[in-house]
Design a binder for this molecule. Structure first.
Ligand code: SF4
Length: 148
């Protein structure tokens, strides 16, 4: 849990709102996963956390390994726009995480992940569909262990 989380605003891009629901500890590097676990657990444990929606690299992208080919072009921007449009949200606005989750539960069906995320290498694992299923069912997201 972040020590002064009451003042913290997380910056997230559209499609990462869904990625976070399906995050189960897998990622591009140990550093990337440490950061994503921290953000995931902050949101899971403190759903009142504010999130600012951004139109490009965000607090998750910041830890993408610099020695790996960046994939955030073309379809990724379209995916951001698609997710925000489905949720009725706009770049530059701020929302409490719990309200974003409510909006996902209301507007996105788990089967939609297959089409929204058709080019994502993580999609076949099914964890993001499961994340959407959980929030639609009103069930809690599982904890993800922090690496030591
Ligand atoms: S399938 Fe990929 S882009 Fe879609 S929510 Fe999961 S990790 Fe994110």
């Amino acid at each position: 849990m972040h020590p002064d989380n009451s003042r913290r605003v997380l910056r997230l891009r559209g499609h990462h709102l869904l990625c976070l629901l399906g995050y189960r500890g897998m990622g591009y590097s140990a550093e990337f996963c440490t950061n994503m676990t921290s953000i995931y657990e902050t949101l899971r444990q403190e759903p009142g956390t504010w999130v600012e929606l951004v139109g490009g690299p965000d607090d998750l992208c910041a830890y993408y390994p610099k020695d790996q080919h960046s994939h955030c072009e073309g379809t990724v921007h379209e995916r951001d726009e698609d997710v925000l449009a489905r949720l009725g949200l706009r770049i530059g606005t701020r929302h409490r995480w719990k309200n974003i989750v409510r909006s996902v539960a209301r507007h996105i069906e788990q089967e939609a992940i297959s089409s929204i995320c058709s080019t994502c290498p993580w999609e076949p694992y099914g964890v993001c569909r499961e994340g959407v299923r959980l929030v639609r069912a009103g069930e809690p997201l599982p904890p993800v262990a922090r690496s030591t």
